[in-house]
Design a protein around this ligand. Sequence first.
Ligand code: NAD
Length: 477
Amino acid sequence: MSTFPYAPAPESRDIARLKPSYQLFVDGKFRDGAGDAVKSINPADEEPLAEVAEAGQRDVDDAVRAARKAFDGPWSAMSGAERGKYLFRIARAIQERGRELAVLESLDNGKPIRESRDVDIPNAAAHFFYYAGWADKLDYAGYGPSPRPIGVAGQIIPWNFPLLMAAWKIAPALAAGNTVVLKPAETTPLSALVLAEIIAEADLPPGVVNILAGGPSIGQAIVEHPGVDKIAFTGSTDVGKIIQRTTAGSGKRLTLELGGKAANIVFDDAPLDQAVEGIVNGIFFNQGQVCCAGSRLLVQESIEDEVIEALQRRLATLRVGHPLDKNTDVGAINSAAQLARIRELTDAGEREGATRWSPACRLPERGFWFAPTVFTGVSQASRIAQEEIFGPVLSVLSFRTPDEAIAKANNTPYGLSAGVWTEKGSRILSVANRLRAGVVWANTFNRFDPTSPFGGYQESGFGREGGRHGLAAYLDV
Ligand code: NAD
């Protein structure tokens, strides 16, 4: 088949309005941190983007103190309707600066502009809109009359959806009447610090939201701080375990959103073209750096060859390359460390006997890149079937019966998400009921909506974000 070549269609990087340096946001003011400033780099070419102030212990103390003062003062005295107005204001400002934020996010994270523009930023705004609507209706949320906020929430987020994760954390916390100290990930602090500008322009009372850039030691200082009442963490299971140990017995509330190894189950009666799109979206969206990624494809044996062939044909059309090009499907890996982890696990997959396949694609010479990869002949016990790779790597396993599919899908220490592809509604319901996963998508994958709860079982963590359930994590219930 002859095809037309794609002409480059780059979004202008000027839209991001990058500043040479970014500061911390504490008590309503921007300031330098007690730590050494660091450079945030563009993972697509390893060029520095901006200098970012890093917090130290003093900044954590000041931020927590400011959050407490705001909680004891203006924020608690304010009606839910007034709090809601601030959230609506933030939501509108995110929309107004959507293009800028999308380009900034793609520069700092490496994700394709198509995704930051169409998924990350609109969803971040939608989260603020959604929780703004709850702020004056908490009495009717099903948590008893006049539910009380918890207090000061320490929130620690990862690098895979920097602004969206900040929205998932801040919006419900404020709607429920809490104040916040948030720490973005060390490799992607920029969009959270622009969100701080938006929050300042929305005229939120000082101290209601504080944003501290910094690494693990700053996360740890927030977790250990006696002035923090609740910790909300999204990130790796290993760090989640450390945080759980640290907070045990401290009286702090805790919610953990950790890793996953989702099964995407395709039955032989599934609409195959649609399923192939769902498989691709499930694992190659955001370069597979998604906690709920459909990283294990479980395909019914009778259609395995047909599905693999169709999948390979589709993957050959994916465009891997410059994140700011509007035609790009697969962008850069977020960091050298993450790339090294993907390489280590895929090498282990080959050593353990699985067959590796990638479409022909030329990767840029500079930056952190990994070609979309499919492993077939994967055994259940192998590392690529058990461990979260957090990269554009799909492990294919097959099954014969629904019982076998469910047993294999549940054979994981995680339990965050799963997908079911079949024409039969009854099968969707019976399989979904038996899958140990917080989210089960039917005939679709990786769909997010602020109204629906999200969270895991087992080593994927506990607590729910999103929807009415997401309020419970920030109310004294
Ligand atoms: P991480 O858990 O190391 O970091 C996540 C956040 O926690 C960052 O802001 C980090 O600075 C902070 N942090 C690190 N150590 C801390 C500590 N001891 N106390 C408090 N905060 C701490 O995750 P990562 O290094 O960004 O990624 C490593 C792995 O985590 C990935 O390979 C992937 O498996 C997983 N991950 C999962 C998600 C998810 O959404 N579930 C997101 C990102 C990464």
